[in-house]
Design a protein around this ligand. Structure first.
Ligand code: GLU
Length: 471
């Protein structure tokens, strides 16, 4: 465990305190917002396939009950520790507040390297973890709703949903106990891509602000922006994909084993397949190999950390040449690195806003599970029929007739994926302006991160006010 992970919760609270100092809320209220409401730590045995017994260490933290359920992913990683899970749960509270998703923050973790276990062992670990949560009422559609995080995905979420449903026979809303499930198991179209797509919307909106781009010496718009991505997992892969499809050029990708660069542009899908087939990102045709550290320090317009926390420290911050830092991971920048970034005039789009696309679409999935109907099911054909009538009226009025292709393009009732993507876009665009305006109207606010914390603190404080806890 490295030093930064040891006190990750403390680091998040340093950001909180800096933002809190710009408010005049009572100290007790701020202390209530900042603390972790419940921390559940537990151990259980796993019988490995070879017969050995191993003790598995798990956590679930509920940071804030100002709104329920609490929400946040479950991480499987060898370095998981209590401070980390607490920090990540706290970040979830602020993240949900920023994008107006009506949850408190939570997070879970299991201290394992998922690559070292068989699928069968992982299934037993996940189901047992769910049992442990259930025993203490740390899971449920109205209590605490986990989701994927580093080291987990749709498969684990399906096991959790199935275990919970088995423990609660007949509970109508049981599927809403976890999000990030496969679409066939109650998931929603677009959840898997959501964090990456949200990062793209965040970047696109940032690049549309002429004043901010001028200050960075960059042209307006995402088109042609040179991007470096660290981490080719679900978040990094989809961020790269949407940004590239949106006009950016992916000049380098970094992974644990090393990095590759091609100034003419890389295709994340081809790189992903190359890594799957060869076991390494390196030696990709047409690209140059370099080490991960060097990739982070490349001259580029946008750097997207999409792996774990604590990547930028006082040791390397000064060498980062990116103009924009788009935080896909949670906590990639330490409080020591931030002032260096500010001094360099970088635009840091902070994690608690930038990667909120995941929980936003999780919210949509939860709503779908509670309503038991696919988004668009009732309205798709109705909208299509109305649009076709409109096209017909235009044809009659103008004498021009539309081709079948135009008709299909203009009269298309939205399906679930379309609605999810547009709900996500609306959320990310609005929230960007909310935090940008917060920074502009708060003279002592140094950057978007503190502005985002400030916006979150105001919203959580308002909830407590509505509960009558302070006037
Ligand atoms: N683990 C993701 C995050 O850090 C998603 C959480 C969720 O969907 O609840 O934001």
């Amino acid at each position: 465990m490295t030093a930064h992970q040891d006190d990750f919760f403390e680091q998040v609270n340093r950001y909180f305190d800096e933002a809190a100092s710009l408010t005049d809320y009572p100290a007790g209220l701020l202390a209530q917002i900042r603390c972790c409401n419940s921390v559940y730590r537990f151990d259980f045995p796993l019988r490995r396939t070879d017969g050995r017994i191993e003790v598995i260490h798990g956590w679930r933290v509920e940071h804030s009950h100002h709104k329920t359920p609490v929400k946040g992913g479950i991480r499987y990683a060898p370095d998981v520790n209590e401070s980390e899970v607490m920090a990540l749960a706290a970040l979830m509270t602020y993240k949900c507040a920023i994008v107006d998703v009506p949850y408190g923050g939570g997070k879970g973790g299991i201290k394992i390297d998922a690559n070292l276990y068989t699928v069968d062992e992982l299934e037993r670990i996940t189901r047992r973890y769910t049992h442990e949560l259930h025993k203490k009422s740390f899971i449920g559609p109205g209590i605490d709703v986990p989701a994927p995080d580093y080291g987990t995905g749709e498969r684990e979420m399906a096991w959790i949903a199935d275990t919970y449903a088995a423990l609660n026979p007949g509970q109508l809303e049981a599927l809403a106990c976890v999000t990030g499930k496969p679409v066939t198991q109650g998931g929603v179209s677009g959840r898997k891509e959501a964090t990456g797509r949200g990062l793209f919307f965040a970047l696109r909106e940032a690049c549309q602000q002429a004043d901010d781009m001028m200050a960075l010496g960059l042209p307006v718009g995402i088109d042609g922006k040179r991007i470096v991505v660290q981490g080719l997992g679900n978040v990094g892969y989809h961020a790269a994909k949407f940004c590239r499809e949106g006009g950016a050029v992916l000049i380098a990708i970094a992974e644990r084993e090393g990095a590759i660069m091609n100034p003419k542009g890389l295709d994340e899908d081809a790189v992903w397949r190359h890594r799957r087939d060869t076991g390494s990102i390196q030696n990709f045709p047409g690209a140059t190999n370099l080490d991960t550290r060097a990739a982070l320090e490349l001259d580029c317009d946008v750097l997207i950390p999409a792996a774990l926390e604590g990547v930028f420290t006082e040791e390397n911050a000064a060498r980062i040449k990116a103009k924009i830092l788009l935080e896909g991971a949670n906590g990639p920048t330490t409080p020591e690195a931030d002032p260096i970034f500010r001094q360099k005039g970088m635009l840091v789009i902070p994690d608690i806003y930038a990667n909120a696309g995941g929980v936003t679409v999780s919210y949509f999935e939860w709503l779908k599970n509670l309503s038991h109907v696919r988004f668009g099911r009732m309205s798709k054909r109705h909208e299509e029929t109305n649009e076709r009538s409109m096209l017909r009226a235009i044809e009659l009025a103008t004498g021009r007739s539309f081709s079948e292709e135009e008709r299909n393009q203009f009269a298309k009732g939205p399906d679930e994926g379309d609605l999810i993507a547009s709900g996500l876009e609306e959320t990310m665009v609005n929230a960007y302006h909310e935090i940008r305006n917060m920074k502009l109207k708060t003279p002592q606010c140094p950057d978007l991160r503190i502005a985002a914390f400030l916006a979150a603190i105001h919203k959580v404080a308002r909830s407590y006010a509505e509960l009558g806890i302070f006037p």
